[in-house]
Design a protein around this ligand. Structure first.
Ligand SMILES: Cc1cc2nc3c(=O)[nH]c(=O)nc-3n(C[C@H](O)[C@H](O)[C@H](O)COP(=O)(O)OP(=O)(O)OC[C@H]3O[C@@H](n4cnc5c(N)ncnc54)[C@H](O)[C@@H]3O)c2cc1C
Length: 554
């Protein structure tokens, strides 16, 4: 009975595939057409499969399987593999091909594109896009493969993998192509689509500058992060990623390489800054650079308490948010029932004493709880970092970030500082306490982000009014029955909508959002959506690059 129910659920699961032509339909190109593309790409076309395929009978290769097992949780390795994704939910879908499954179990294709063009140059990108155009293929772009909404994979699709497009070049007097004589040159860095933030930050440090970058060192530096908006602990000081882009190079669905900036292809420049998944293959992003940061007050908090103190501790932390925002804090906070973690920064400041004074209510609360017989303490490590790269690990090859090689899903809302004031703080605390899974409070907006006009870029206008980005999460493992996964997904969607009701008028950051967000156009882009849709119709009229809840996925 149980297995019959599971089978029914499998067969009724929605097939994740968009765009005109998918495998195995008759429109799918012949073997000789694929061979021809492979010759053009000089052997760069791969019949892609889930990475655990060599551990299963149909594709068994013991040596390759050992390598897969060793690297299973390693994000840079996953990024390089043609068939691997960081989040297994978007590699396998609901049919797992896992290193721990029995060897004789079938390893199905899952959501991994059928063929992956591993492009090494702009000419390769153009050849792959022209091939997709001529055959009308449903096409996915795969960068560092960190997506939370499955937008770089898809059942029966053709993939273009950018990780072999490398290059980080500094330019101390950059002027966008087409700029007039009077345009002032500025310092910039050209980042190729295959680069990860870790290496860009390192290179920037060596060059004596800073680039606004994501918190994760393995997220793509010129891929999904920037196309969706790109938040950073540096954002309150220097704006979102999209506020720091000077130029894109992109191969659009017609196969043309276009230089896109505020002087030419202006509509596309606007769209790529926040609504940009599904407009083609970006090959290079040029970012502004900022003078090196030589002092960061970095405070790592681990507050521990007994469960009865949870509500009080949470309330103290939440009501402190407006003060923290006003004192130029940024960072990430994780409220759990028995502890509260905070990775907090005040950039361009060596005033550790001042930063600690701002956090005094947390220490006072812990002392008061302890004195009343409920042991609580705030352990705190604080440093003045002298270089932005010190935020990141020294040797990423030895570390695996949380969330890699597992299945996790998110829901989110942006929030203004007023969401933590007065009675609203109590409501927010109750919401967090009653939400299963990890909640993350990102203090990554406000400040400089709020000085940009709501329609200046394509990101949801409420980014310009928000101080926080609140993320809730859920997940499952390979043993969780399909029916339970659906329950977990539904629960996350319900909770996300509950969160939305607490911050009316505020959107969801499309890169860290609920796959099943009901009013996704409004939630991800708000009043910017109609313009985005019309630009998409012009650039990609046949929907080659359509993906789930990307612009045009009506
Ligand atoms: C551990 C972790 C930490 C994160 N931290 C942050 C953070 O600090 N700040 C933040 O803002 N976000 C963060 N994110 C979210 C992140 O921005 C998104 O997951 C983003 O989509 C990842 O982009 P990617 O290129 O790495 O992934 P991919 O899965 O390769 O791509 C994501 C999307 O971008 C498209 N894409 C990728 N490259 C190109 C290209 N060259 N041209 C056209 N389209 C392309 C893909 O088709 C897909 O739609 C984090 C995610 C994870 C998993």
């Amino acid at each position: 009975m149980w297995s019959l129910l599971l089978q029914l659920l499998v067969s009724s699961s929605p097939v994740v595939s968009y765009g005109p032509c998918t495998y195995p339909n008759s429109c799918w190109p012949s073997a000789s057409a694929w061979s021809s593309l492979n010759r053009t790409l000089q052997g760069g076309l791969v019949r892609s499969r889930p990475p655990a395929a060599p551990c299963h009978d149909d594709f068994l290769n013991v040596t390759a399987c050992d390598e897969v097992k060793q690297n299973w949780l390693h994000e840079f390795w996953r990024s390089e593999q043609p068939g691997a994704y960081q989040d297994l939910a978007w590699e396998n879908g609901d049919s797992y091909c896992n290193i721990n499954n029995p060897q004789n179990q079938t390893c199905s294709q899952g959501l991994v594109p059928i063929y992956m063009a591993q492009v090494k140059s702009t000419a390769d990108v153009q050849a792959a896009v022209v091939f997709a155009r001529d055959h009308g293929l449903s096409t996915r772009v795969k960068g560092a493969a960190h997506d939370y909404l499955g937008r770089s994979s898809g059942n029966g699709t053709f993939g273009i993998q950018t990780t072999k497009l490398s290059g980080i070049e500094f330019d101390d007097s950059f002027k966008p192509t087409g700029a007039g004589r009077n345009t002032l040159a500025q310092t910039a860095v050209h980042v190729a689509a295959g680069e990860h933030w870790y290496y860009v930050n390192k290179a920037a440090s060596e060059h004596g500058v800073v680039v606004v970058s994501g918190a994760s060192y393995s997220v793509g530096a010129a891929g999904g992060w920037i196309l969706g908006g790109g938040h950073s602990s540096l954002s309150p000081q220097y704006g979102l990623g999209v506020d720091n882009v000077l130029q894109f190079e992109i191969v659009t669905p017609d196969g043309k390489l276009r230089t896109v900036n505020q002087f030419q292809n202006k509509d596309l420049f606007w769209a790529l800054r926040g609504g940009g998944h599904g407009f083609g293959v970006v090959t290079t992003v040029t970012y502004k650079t900022h003078p090196a940061i030589t002092a960061i007050s970095a405070i790592f908090i681990n507050a521990t308490f007994t469960n009865p103190s949870y509500h009080g501790f949470l309330m103290t932390a939440l009501t402190l948010q407006p003060t923290m925002a006003a004192h130029n804090f940024s960072g990430y906070m994780y409220p759990y029932p028995t502890n509260f973690l905070g990775l907090l920064f005040v950039h361009n400041s060596a005033d550790l004493a001042g930063a600690n004074a701002t956090l005094q209510p947390l220490y006072d609360f812990a002392a008061s709880e302890t004195s009343q017989g409920r042991p609580a303490q705030v352990q705190m490590l604080s440093y003045v970092l002298t270089d932005y790269t010190q935020i990141f690990p020294e040797d990423p090859s030895t570390i695996s970030e949380p969330g890699i090689g597992v299945s996790s899903i998110l829901g989110s809302r942006l929030a203004p500082v007023t969401a933590f004031e007065g009675e609203r703080a109590e409501t927010m605390a109750n919401f967090i306490e009653n939400t299963p899974g990890t909640t993350i409070l990102h203090l990554v907006s406000g400040g400089q982000v709020s000085t940009v006009a709501e329609d200046a870029t394509a990101v949801h206008p409420s980014w310009r009014r928000a101080t926080h980005h609140i993320v809730i999460s859920a997940g499952w493992d390979t043993t969780t029955p399909l029916a339970f996964r659906d329950v977990i997904r539904q629960q996350l969607t319900n909770k996300t909508q509950e969160l939305a009701a607490l911050v009316p008028g505020f959107g969801s950051y499309n890169n860290e959002a609920d796959y099943n967000e009901p009013n996704w156009k409004e939630a991800f882009w708000g009043s910017n959506y109609p313009r985005l849709k019309s630009i998409k119709a012009t650039i990609d009229p046949r929907g080659l690059f359509t993906c789930h809840h990307c612009v045009g996925d009506e």
